[in-house]
Design a binder for this molecule. Structure first.
Ligand SMILES: [Zn+2]
Length: 380
């Protein structure tokens, strides 16, 4: 049995009254954070060189701030405590040099959020509603179920553009599936067009609408750059842009979820390249900015889905010459970036990506066998 923590994001459809309260909570959490931050910054400036004074200072806490601003009693008190704890954490990260100094939160940020924790079952699903502290029952679009036996630990309520979301953090115990016998294996060669080519010659066909959306994004971005900063038209355009960003992000995630789900359901062993985008950009014409999020996400989805199903994901060494090697005779040949077809002196002619995918698939089987049975297994 394994304890796993995972986040699940759902769309929320709050009523007008609930929206008011959510906005009010964003405001209070922001104020709490900014006041605490201002105090910490001032004290740090004063006593930065004297750690004893810095540590012994009697810092503000949510209780004292609430006494000063009684309207804060109207919102979920856990959200305020969480902001305080997050700031303390952010400061210790800053002091141990793992992070930059925390920043002020702005009400102009198109993304606003607060986090609340479960105490005594006060956050729970009831049919198509989510019960949240102070807000009561909020309509939720449960497009997929939480894992069986999961325990709700925390909820982050977020506004991104025009829409409201909740990210539910759940803990669940899952019985790891015993490793299945290998029946079907496949190799994937990541490609800029279409995401990947598999060793059976199928392409993932990354949808065109995604490209269309990117074009639109560029256009809207240009409109924004022509608007006067902080004018009402500018802010409107900024909101439009952030809604579009989110739309694209969701489209992409949806596609990557479906593609990885299909592979994990169909195959027992999936072999991929180790993701080194700088190296891949060199050999494959990848533009890093577009591809990194997609390949990174896709690899992560494959990782946890294969693990959940007791299947295997093998990552091939990044220096393995999958593109240069002939999948028929094993010899290496130079192949230029512009060449779409692999031509070997042995007479083997094949689509470049398919040749690479087959090599990755075979190398994955070898690595798998070596791991499972030792080097004797690859005597063939
Ligand atoms: Zn050959």
């Amino acid at each position: 049995m394994n304890e796993t923590m995972k986040g699940y994001v759902y769309r929320l459809k709050p009523t007008t009254k609930q929206i008011d309260l959510i906005q009010q909570t964003f405001g209070c959490v922001r104020k709490m954070w900014n006041m605490l931050l201002f105090e910490r910054q001032s004290i740090y400036e004063l006593y930065g060189k004297y750690p004893e004074l810095l540590n012994s200072h009697d810092y503000l806490n949510p209780k004292r701030i609430k006494e000063e601003f009684p309207y804060m009693y109207d919102v979920d008190s856990q959200s305020l405590t969480t902001a305080w704890l997050h700031l303390k954490q952010a400061y210790s990260n800053f002091f141990n040099k793992s992070h930059d100094e925390p920043k002020y939160k702005s009400r102009h940020n198109p993304i606003q959020s607060y986090t609340t924790h479960t105490t005594n079952d006060n956050i729970r699903l009831e049919g198509s509603y989510l019960k949240l502290p102070k807000l009561g029952l909020v309509k939720i679009k449960l497009h997929r179920a939480l894992p069986q036996g999961s325990i709700l630990k925390a909820a982050t309520i977020k506004k991104d553009g025009k829409h409201y979301y909740v990210s539910l953090r759940v803990e669940y115990s899952h019985i790891t599936q015993p490793v299945k016998a290998l029946e079907k294996a496949i190799g994937l060669d990541y490609t800029l067009q279409g995401l990947y080519m598999d060793s059976e010659g199928h392409q993932a066909n990354y949808p065109n609408y995604y490209k269309e959306s990117l074009k639109k994004l560029k256009k809207e971005q240009q409109i924004l750059s022509r608007r006067v900063k902080e004018s009402s038209n500018y802010l409107k355009q900024k909101e439009k842009l952030s809604t579009l960003h989110l739309h694209i992000k969701n489209q992409r995630k949806d596609f990557l979820h479906k593609a990885s789900r299909y592979l994990v359901n169909t195959y027992d062993l999936i072999s991929i390249e180790t993701l080194d985008l700088t190296e891949m950009a060199k050999t494959k014409h990848f533009r890093k900015s577009i591809s990194d999020t997609s390949f990174g996400l896709f690899t992560r989805y494959l990782e946890y889905k294969t693990k959940d199903e007791g299947k295997s994901l093998i990552k091939i060494d990044q220096y393995y010459p999958s593109t240069k090697t002939c999948s028929q005779c094993g010899r290496e040949q130079k192949i230029r970036l512009s060449e779409r077809t692999y031509n070997c002196t042995c007479g083997h002619v094949m689509d470049r990506d398919l040749n690479a995918a087959i090599n990755i698939g075979v190398q994955g089987l070898i690595n798998y066998a070596t791991k499972a049975y030792g080097t004797d297994a690859i005597a063939w």
